[in-house]
Design a protein around this ligand. Structure first.
Ligand code: CP
Length: 309
């Protein structure tokens, strides 16, 4: 059976654990090496990876590209609008054709259905590099980052502050799979999708919605913020979003109600002084640069998992 990496809730707990363990091991094996140096092991030697972007990206694009090269493979970065995909060729036909050229496909796309169709018709593994619904690679890096700083994440309290968007849905999925508690705090219009919360609850972890951000973060081990206007949201929504979310800024005052050793994460890009202040981003709770770096290591492990290497 093809090993796609489409979502955290559709990947087994054992596979998720082994991906994170592999990511820690690969990171530690590269300690103090130049970024462009090859890994000792070259599991992707002779492999070609297609990286398709229908939306902008800095971290996903660069970390996948660098990761493939460190493991000895080659990449082809493709923009959806420049492919026939953006001019009427079906996803299914694109998947069939790409499968004749490349060994692995990573796609960042708008609709969940595009990802699913790519995976259904591709003869090679497909990785979700973000859709409007989820962002699993980001949250694999976040789990890795928490473990690096604080040890096991199971049983810890995590709190998402702001918009219950696609990244938030992947945190809820991870809560269920890795066994940590999850609280959402934000306005009711921006609640996370119910399916993601139901998934986490069904795994036996505590899931809560608390409108008061101060109450929400009490006892938190990990606080997340994200942009108030996601890539798939119309810019016309900006003013309304800011009005809805103004009371949900992560600042030093809010972080003072979390545990003293709590961590702060943001998948980036951030809008400083909107969803989070610079004092928090650059302050003692923040692990955002490690989080960004760990995209590289976590995704390398995801690619090895998909290719069985
Ligand atoms: N966090 C994240 O996915 O960043 P990019 O949009 O820059 O890839």
């Amino acid at each position: 059976m093809m090993k796609h990496f489409l979502d955290i809730h559709t990947t087994s707990k054992d596979d998720l654990r082994s991906i994170i363990d592999q990511a820690h091991a690969m990171k530690s094996a590269r300690k103090d090496r130049p970024k462009g140096a090859a890994d000792d092991s070259q599991p992707l030697a002779g492999r070609m990876v297609a990286l398709i972007f229908e939306k902008p990206s800095t971290r996903t694009r660069v970390s996948f590209d660098v990761g493939v090269r460190q493991m000895g493979g080659q990449t082809m970065v493709l923009s959806g609008s420049e492919m026939q995909l953006g001019h009427g060729e079906t996803i299914a036909d694109t998947a069939r054709v790409l499968s004749r050229y490349v060994d692995l496909i990573m796609i960042r796309t708008f609709e969940e259905a595009t990802l699913q169709e790519m995976a259904e018709y591709a003869d090679v593994p497909v990785i979700n590099g973000l859709t409007n619904r989820t962002h699993p690679c980001q949250i694999m890096a976040d789990v890795m980052t928490f473990e690096e700083h604080r040890g096991p994440i199971a049983g810890k309290k995590t709190v998402w502050v702001g918009d219950g968007n696609n990244v938030c849905a992947s945190v809820a999925h991870a809560a269920g799979q890795f066994g940590f508690d999850f609280t959402f705090t934000g306005p009711p219009q921006l609640d996370p999708e119910a399916e993601a919360l139901d998934f986490a609850r069904a795994q036996g972890v505590q899931v809560a919605i608390e409108r008061d951000p101060v109450k929400a973060v009490q006892g938190a081990d990990l606080v997340f913020a994200d942009t108030w206007v996601s890539m798939h949201d119309p810019q016309s929504a900006k003013e309304r979003r800011h009005n809805q979310l103004r009371g949900y800024q992560v600042n030093e005052e809010l972080m003072s109600h979390a545990k003293p050793d709590s961590l702060f994460m943001h998948c980036l890009p951030a809008h400083r002084e909107d969803e989070v202040t610079s004092a928090v981003m650059d302050g003692p709770h923040s692990v955002i640069w490690d989080e960004a770096e760990n995209r590289l290591h976590a995704q390398k492990a995801v690619m090895r998992h998909c290719l069985g290497l």
